[in-house]
Ligand binder design. Structure first.
Ligand code: UDP
Length: 383
């Protein structure tokens, strides 16, 4: 069978974790197509991977509509959404299989793929639960998945369990952990800190987009209880969370942390930054669907302190490959930071174990092979 013609569909032009995964997935698909609802850095990055990229005439700014918005907020957008469906139908007819990379991309692609009579794969990067989606949205997503999707690819058992709990068909699910392939930084932490002008002394880092559920505010509360520890915060408010970013700055003033907390904005050198800190903190207060940051820290050889929710416990093997603390508990986080900063003797073995675990379970080659096989099989089932 000739290689299937694949249409990758994405709702956003920004690059957060799900889009970084997509950029890896498309590597073997140079010459294939991507359709984005809005323009942005993702369009250029996909074109750089050799994809033919088309951008909707109607979708600019839709990614900023929060996914927990009420139905009433969506009603005025219906005309634009239908126009995008028509665009996707036209594009889908020129392809053998549609690959939707997000929840918003999926909902519109599901309708379009059904009308265009093309098989649809949904890469579901989220935990479908009340924490992020309204009841109606959850019902729409799961009903469309059951009716229209050939497969639902999820990065963790936590995502699979939530999908099934909401009524999703278990046999649609393929659990494919995100895979990363990152070389260890050759320079010493001290050299990297000097080059990047990072502070000296005990230093932790947070590397997530700014969003309330990502929990950066809990790190600030913990730092107030961990004197002498500085923190770099990389990441931006990518999806309409500017009010949260403002709140973080206000908290820094209120807690007197101005000289210890450094916002770096959205960065493209996260592995390098990680190699320079004494610990990576992953503070999400809601269950994390995966958490690439965790695996990046494991591969960087840096201790990781993560909240025990969602996939983190699996990735860190219930605490064997990193430290787990309860979500939203600043006191527990501060205690964990102090412990890691005291360099306990068991840390070296934990880091070696974490590195081996990341390589064995979360490699990029493994992910690419599995996803390519799913795409081939899905296209083959209907050709
Ligand atoms: N990241 C980045 N620049 C930043 C902050 C984060 O490139 O300034 C990357 C980070 O290295 C990770 C991804 O964004 O690869 C976040 O993925 P994760 O699964 O942790 O969270 P998501 O954004 O998917 O919720």
């Amino acid at each position: 069978m000739a290689a299937p013609r694949v249409l990758f569909v994405c709702h956003t032009g920004s690059i957060s974790g799900a889009e970084l995964v997509l950029l890896d997935i498309v590597e073997p698909f140079a010459g294939q197509s991507a359709f984005l609802f809005e323009d942005g850095p993702l369009a250029a990055a996909l074109a750089g991977r050799g994809l033919k990229v088309a951008v909707s005439r109607w979708g600019q700014g839709l990614a900023q509509v929060r996914r927990d918005s009420s139905v009433l907020k969506v009603i005025p957008l219906i005309g634009r959404l239908l126009a995008i469906v028509v665009e996707v139908i036209r594009a889908a007819r020129r392809h053998d299989v549609v690959y939707a990379n997000s929840q918003k991309a999926f909902v519109l692609s599901a309708i379009a793929a059904k009308i265009a009579r093309r098989p649809l794969i949904w890469h579901l990067h989220d935990i479908i639960s009340g924490a992020h989606f309204g009841a109606m949205q959850r019902r729409v997503q799961v009903t469309l998945a059951n009716l229209c999707a050939s497969r639902a690819v999820v990065p963790s058992q936590a995502c699979a369990d939530a999908f099934i709990a909401e009524g999703g068909k278990p046999d649609l699910i393929a659990v494919v952990p995100n895979g990363l392939d990152i070389a260890r930084e050759a320079k010493s932490p001290a050299e990297v800190r000097q080059e990047l002008k990072l502070p000296a002394g005990p230093l932790v880092g947070v590397f997530s987009r700014l969003a309330a559920w990502k929990g950066q505010h809990v790190v600030l509360q913990a730092l107030a209880q961990a004197p002498g520890v500085s923190c770099i915060i990389a990441g931006d408010a990518l999806f309409g969370e500017q009010a949260y970013a403002t709140r973080l700055h206000q908290m820094i003033d209120d807690l007197g942390l101005g000289d210890r907390v450094h916002f770096l904005g959205q960065r493209s050198d996260v592995p390098r930054l990680m190699s320079a800190v004494d610990a990576v903190i992953h503070p999400s207060i809601d269950p994390e669907p995966f958490g690439r940051t965790l695996v990046e820290a494991m591969l960087a050889g840096v201790p990781v302190i993560a909240t025990d929710a969602g996939a983190a416990s699996d990735i860190l093997e219930a605490g064997r490959a990193g430290t787990l603390v309860p979500p939203g508990d600043a006191g527990a986080l501060a205690a964990a930071i102090r412990t890691v900063m005291s360099h306990p003797p068991e840390l070296a073995a934990q880091l070696t174990y974490a590195d081996a675990r990341a390589r064995a379970h979360y490699g990029k080659a493994q992910m690419l092979q599995t996803i390519s096989a799913i795409i081939d099989t899905t296209a083959g089932d209907v050709s």
